[in-house]
Design a protein around this ligand. Structure first.
Ligand SMILES: C[S@@+](CC[C@H](N)C(=O)[O-])C[C@H]1O[C@@H](n2cnc3c(N)ncnc32)[C@H](O)[C@@H]1O
Length: 306
């Protein structure tokens, strides 16, 4: 019978050969998956024997990884903002950069609720996550607001043009016990502003230039093209969303848009051209790259109560 150590060595070698830059980490995660345990147990018990069934499963997972499939799809799970999200080919794997978008959106919502407490019977704060994909942004926001005891004060909608992605987002919302706190809508960008405008719009829309999509790392070829392709200049969807904001965003509303690290000046130019007089602040991510554009009408420069 083979041991954990032997299988790990086999896996690391196989994945290095296939070009993985994170061969050890990948092998540990995949072996943990084959053994139905976690990575810590694999690292802690390298002398433990492994049965033939699990060893065979591990080899199957290695084949998939060696063919380029992302570890997150193989494991069926990705950690995002401290929560575990189910992931598969129905939607993009949530990226760590997007945690910045969530952090800023949480702050924006909390400042509004704390800055201007709502009288009993006042309408809830209307918040939408546009292009929700796996639901990472909307579900994390719901979990964070529930922890703060503020979820009842918010009407949270998650939209996507992909019904498959929305199905996955619903599953994730149920898994995190917020399935009944988020409304899921199939829509091309922003739905429902005719009823009442949105107070906070949060969006991580596709922003890769069409011609750059085939050059992304092979793992991205397993993700839906619809989740990556932002059109010829990468800003096709962002541009359309910006145009919708004129009518769809409340007078004192804010729109938080994730952007590519090289798109700051293009997004600023778009806002200047299409939303004259609006402000556009750009927040950096942990890597020091421009990552989130925050748009407001000029008169709404500050959040109520701040
Ligand atoms: C970059 S992914 C982001 C997914 C998720 N919000 C995240 O951060 O992990 C973009 C998402 O936008 C969706 N999308 C693409 N075009 C759209 C459109 N016209 N209207 C609404 N959603 C769209 C895609 O289906 C995909 O789920």
């Amino acid at each position: 019978m083979t041991t954990v150590r032997e299988l790990l060595e086999l896996g690391i070698g196989r994945l290095r050969e296939s070009g993985s830059e994170t061969a050890r980490l990948d092998a540990e995660l995949l072996l943990a998956s084959a053994l139905n345990t976690d990575r810590t147990a694999v690292i802690a018990h390298t002398d433990a024997p492994v049965g033939d069934g699990a060893a065979e499963r591990f080899r199957g997972l290695l084949d998939r990884r060696a063919a380029g499939e992302p570890v997150a799809y193989i494991r069926g799970v990705k950690e995002f903002h401290g929560l575990a999200f189910g992931v598969d080919r129905r939607a993009l794997i949530p990226r760590p950069e997007t945690e910045r978008l969530v952090g800023l959106a949480e702050l924006e919502i909390v400042r509004r609720l704390v800055g201007a407490p709502r009288p009993a019977g006042a309408p809830k704060l209307r918040v939408i996550d546009v292009g929700t994909g796996s639901g990472a942004v909307a579900v994390t926001l719901a979990a964070l607001l529930r922890r703060r005891g503020m979820l009842d004060e918010v009407e949270l909608v998650a939209s996507d043009v992909s019904d498959e992605a929305l199905q996955l987002a619903r599953e994730n919302a149920v898994a995190h016990a917020v399935g009944d706190r988020i409304e899921f809508e199939t829509a091309d960008l922003l739905p429902g502003a005719e009823t009442r405008p949105w107070d906070v719009v949060v969006a991580n829309l596709p922003y890769v230039r069409s011609e750059a999509v085939p050059n992304l790392p092979i793992a991205a070829s397993f993700e839906p093209r619809l989740a990556l392709d932002g059109g010829p200049d990468g800003l096709q969807l962002v541009r359309r969303l910006i145009d919708q904001l004129v009518k769809a965003l409340a007078e004192d509303g804010a729109a938080l848009l994730e952007i590519g690290g090289d798109q700051e000046s293009d997004v600023r130019a778009l806002v200047a051209e299409r939303l004259p007089g609006w402000s556009c602040e750009v927040e950096m991510d942990l890597g020091g790259l421009p990552r989130v554009a925050v748009l407001r009408r000029a008169a709404a420069g500050s959040v109520p109560g701040t």
